[in-house]
Each structure stands twice: as structure tokens, then as C-alpha cells.
Design a protein around this ligand. Structure first.
Ligand code: ZN
Length: 283
């Protein structure tokens, strides 16, 4: 599932190639993608509007429109947002197509939402009624990048809860954007076991965790995110990221730890999610 670095990579592509352009026409092929409202609501909400900005909160893309509404796109398991020349052959599972006005280069393009597993969503909502229209977006916790999560804020989160670190990092209501891959990589970089209790960390450990959240997410964004073997995550032009080559623990169970060179990466199931860690360097 795309996490913060992957969604941020898509956001940057949208900012560069789609912001400022008008949506001329919208086609919707699969109603499940627009299940929160209706095909008519999404077509009506988008047609004729200009995309004014490309924002992100956690794993959600949020695109303000000149109508005052906002376009929300959530990739979930397998969603892809792609830009192509108008009339280009569409891949299977292209559920939403927005025809864009000519860009600065004069070319006409289409914005596609492709989603084989159809868990993803496209919603047009009124930001003033976000609490009722997109309660999941409204309830998101701090975004480490957008909100520049401070050491002080993280300490507050850790100390006021007595939760295992891994599920705490995955809780989108607390910190938004971290999923299974980056939670494992962050805890490894912080040298903390995933089953440590949040309010039982030393000052040094809290500081290491804070540094690791920023370092891992920034490095992953710089690498264009992680594209795993299923290759479902790609950027706006269909290219994968390369951060999977930097993974130290995720998907590496049974391999020797490349950080300490001594431990063997273990996999355990915690809160129904597979968790990877090095018992030697994570304590
Ligand atoms: Zn190790």
C-alpha cells in the first residue's frame, strides 16, 4: 500500500504537471471508485474547475479547486494516478478519467485514476463540511512532513499513551502517513523493538525515534518511494521508486542485518501486521 513517501511523490508530480489546469470533461467507468458520493456528484464537482494546488495529508491527496470544493484521492492498496497524452491507450482498471485543458506546452492530457483492486477512492467535498463528508481525512493526526512533527510533539504523543510502538506509528489518528513498510524501517533506524511501550522510552530513545521518522521518510521521498515486486505503486508517469533497495528490515526476514552485520532479521506478527526487525540492534 502506498504510504507517505509514495503519495508525496505523486503529489509533487501533480503540483508540477496538473496544478493550474482546467478539467474539461470527466468520465467514470466504475462506480465503486466514487462510492462515497456518486458518479454524477464527481462529474458535476470536477467539470469546468481549475485545480489550484496539490496538497497531501497522511496518505490522502487533497486538491483544492477554484469552485471552493476539494478533490480527495486515496490510493489505498493499488490506486495509481497517471498523466497521459489525450487519447493514449488506457490501461485496464482505469476508473476515472479527467480531460485537462492544454498545458503550457500546448499539449492536451488526461489524468487517470487506475485501480485494479478498487479499494481506492475519488471524492469531491466541501472543505467546510469535511467533518461530515470526509471524516477519515478530518480525523487524521499530525503529518510528519506537512506539520513538521517536532520532538516535543512526538514526546507528547509517546508519553501520554502506553502503546506498543509499531501499532502506535501505524495509527493514522495519531501520526498520519506511516504504514507497515516505513514503521518497520523507522523503528530499525531508531534501534527500537516494535513491541516497546511508548511511555517507557529514555530521552535518548525518543530523540532517536524522532530523528528516524524524519530521516527515513525524507530519504524515501528523495528516492521516489518504494515499489515492491507487485509494482503497483508508480509515479505520475508510470515509473517506480527505488527506496525498496534501501530497506534494511522490511521484506528481509531470514537475511543477515546489514546495519549490525551480526543479527538475523526476524518477522513476527503484531496487531495483525507482519513486522520485521533485527533482535540484535533493536532493543
Ligand atoms: Zn542488526
Amino acid at each position: 500500500m502506498p504510504e507517505l513517501p509514495e503519495v508525496e511523490t505523486v503529489r509533487r508530480g501533480l503540483e508540477r504537471h496538473v496544478v493550474g489546469r482546467r478539467i474539461r470533461r470527466v468520465e467514470i467507468g466504475r462506480e465503486r471508485t466514487v462510492r462515497r458520493t456518486s458518479p454524477e456528484a464527481v462529474i458535476h464537482g470536477l467539470t469546468g474547475t481549475v485545480i489550484e494546488a496539490a496538497n497531501r495529508r497522511g496518505k490522502y491527496l487533497l486538491l483544492p479547486l477554484d469552485s471552493g470544493d476539494e478533490l480527495m484521492i486515496h490510493l489505498r492498496m493499488s490506486g495509481q494516478v497517471l498523466v497521459a497524452e489525450e487519447g493514449a491507450p488506457r490501461p485496464p482498471h482505469t476508473h476515472v478519467v479527467a480531460h485537462l485543458d492544454a498545458g503550457v506546452d500546448g499539449g492536451r492530457h488526461e489524468l487517470w485514476f487506475v485501480d485494479p483492486r478498487t479499494f481506492g477512492e475519488v471524492v469531491v467535498f466541501d472543505p467546510e463540511r469535511a467533518a461530515e463528508q470526509v471524516p477519515d481525512v478530518h480525523a487524521l493526526g499530525l503529518d510528519p512532513i506537512v506539520d513538521d512533527l517536532s520532538l516535543r510533539a512526538l514526546r507528547g504523543i509517546l508519553r501520554t499513551r502506553a502503546r506498543l510502538l509499531k501499532p502506535l506509528l501505524l495509527d493514522q489518528h495519531v501520526i498520519a502517513g506511516i504504514g507497515n513498510i516505513y514503521a518497520d524501517e523507522i523503528l530499525h533506524a531508531a534501534r527500537l523493538r516494535p513491541d516497546r511501550i511508548s511511555n517507557d522510552l529514555s530521552l535518548t530513545s525518543e530523540r532517536r525515534l524522532h530523528g528516524a521518522i524524519h530521516d527515513v521518510l525524507r530519504a524515501a521521498i528523495d528516492a521516489g518511494g518504494s515499489t515492491l515486486v507487485d509494482a503497483q505503486y508508480v509515479d505520475l508517469f508510470g515509473d517506480g521508486g527505488s527506496y525498496q533497495d534501501e530497506h534494511r528490515v522490511y521484506g528481509r526476514a531470514g537475511e543477515r542485518c546489514s546495519t549490525c552485520g551480526v543479527g538475523w532479521i526476524r518477522r513476527m506478527v503484531s496487531a495483525q501486521r507482519s513486522t520485521h526487525f533485527c533482535p540484535r540492534c533493536q532493543r
